[in-house]
Ligand binder design. Structure first.
Ligand SMILES: [Zn+2]
Ligand SMILES: [Zn+2]
Length: 393
């Protein structure tokens, strides 16, 4: 089965050219209207002369072309379809002194020991069997996909649909990554998109590299993160039995997938020692996946160019793109969070997108949402930093 990539025929200042019958109507370019696409619930904006349905919200050309901290189209999208992964510019941080930071010492100790174990694992690498190294890379990729293709693009952003077997695989792979269960991960990630770079952002990069990278896991959450997280619509996650099952048996699944399986397979199949199996494909691989993911929150919110929206912090960062198997196109991703490829360039440097495309080819995924090239170019021209020739980061 071929993956259906739903291109939203949207342009800024130009008539839409690829209209989807029954969903888009073209008769002018003076006003902007929000249109929801029923088949995939992907909201988009387009220039039309009249509302298509009753929930349409109109904007003027001035608003569209305005500068400043905007994402007007995305905010409109949220208003009408309840997306909770787009920026909410109505949120204001509370005045007055910030609440005190409360260190969670248990997490500090665990993270310290984990990283010491990982460094020890690096020294063990020359001693392991070649097959153990290959197995470690395999485990890295599987657990990374559980985060990128699973918790992130599928469950946080609903940017494509996955069949039951694929969801079971992704939830299992996600337990191998041990980054909180998918429900919690997706909730925190939606809050991150909705309140980026504010007190309500769980890993607010304004608080510095260390906080955005790992520090946020070592202290109690800011009260606004908890408050806003509770208000999100998570009904889609609650309705997914795979997610609820993983949440119910999370500790057991982590014990099995993150530590036991990576250690036992090399021991059982090619006679690797349990010690090496525990420290290399186990602890070292786990720590590398953790840090690769955290780099998206830290480095990709600090260093790189901003070809799509210069008004937001997230950047295009090649190193993060490589380490987090395609998640470093972060300026693009925060500009168009519903795009399954998280990048203008599809599979290029984007193993996760390749994986989803392959799943579509196998008939295990479908309805991949994509932003049209015209819209991307128009947005880059309107709010980008001008680095259009280097949009790949
Ligand atoms: Zn995201
Ligand atoms: Zn981000």
């Amino acid at each position: 089965m071929k993956c259906e990539i739903r291109r939203h025929p949207v342009n800024v200042g130009v008539e839409p050219s690829e209209l989807e019958v029954g969903q888009w109507k073209q008769s002018g370019k003076k006003r902007l209207h929000l249109i929801s696409v029923p088949s995939c619930k992907a909201p988009e904006v387009a220039f039309t002369s009249s509302p298509i349905n009753k929930t349409t919200v109109a904007m003027t050309d001035t608003e569209v072309e305005g500068s400043g901290r905007h994402r007007r189209g995305d905010v409109l999208a949220e208003l009408t379809t309840g997306r909770d992964d787009v920026f909410d510019e109505t949120y204001k941080e509370k005045d007055g002194p910030k609440p005190p930071m409360i260190v969670v010492w248990k997490n500090v100790v665990l993270m310290t020991f984990l990283h010491i174990g990982a460094v020890y694992g690096i020294f063990l690498v020359p001693s392991v069997h070649t097959l153990t190294l290959a197995w470690s890379v395999f485990c890295f990729l599987v657990s990374a996909l559980g985060v990128t293709a699973g918790a992130h693009r599928l469950w946080s952003h609903r940017s494509y649909k996955a069949s039951l077997p694929l969801r079971i695989f992704l939830a299992t792979a996600n337990s191998m990554a041990f980054q909180n269960d998918v429900f919690e991960w997706a909730r925190d990630h939606r809050v991150h998109h909705k309140f980026s770079e504010t007190d309500a952002d769980p890993h607010n990069a304004v608080r510095g590299f260390f906080f955005a990278h790992i520090g946020w896991l070592l202290v109690r959450k800011h009260p606004d993160v908890i408050e806003k997280g509770k208000k999100l619509d998570l009904s889609d996650l609650k309705a997914d039995k795979v997610i609820m099952f993983q949440r119910k048996y999370y500790k057991m699944s982590v014990l099995l997938m993150c530590f036991t399986v990576p250690m036992l397979v090399p021991w059982y199949v090619w006679g690797e020692s349990l010690w090496l199996g525990y420290f290399v494909p186990g602890l070292l691989r786990y720590t590398l996946v953790l840090n690769a993911t955290w780099l998206v929150n830290s480095a990709a919110h600090m260093w790189g160019n901003r070809p799509y929206d210069v008004n937001i912090n997230p950047r295009e960062n090649k190193f993060v793109t490589f380490s987090a198997i395609g998640e470093g196109f972060h300026n693009y991703h925060h500009t168009f969070p519903y795009d399954y490829a998280t990048s203008e360039f599809g599979c290029k440097l984007n193993l996760t997108t390749c994986f989803i495309d392959f799943m579509c080819f196998l008939g295990l995924a479908k309805d991949c949402k994509r932003v049209s090239r015209d819209l991307v170019l128009a947005r880059a021209q309107r709010t980008g930093d001008g680095s259009t020739r280097n949009r790949s980061g």
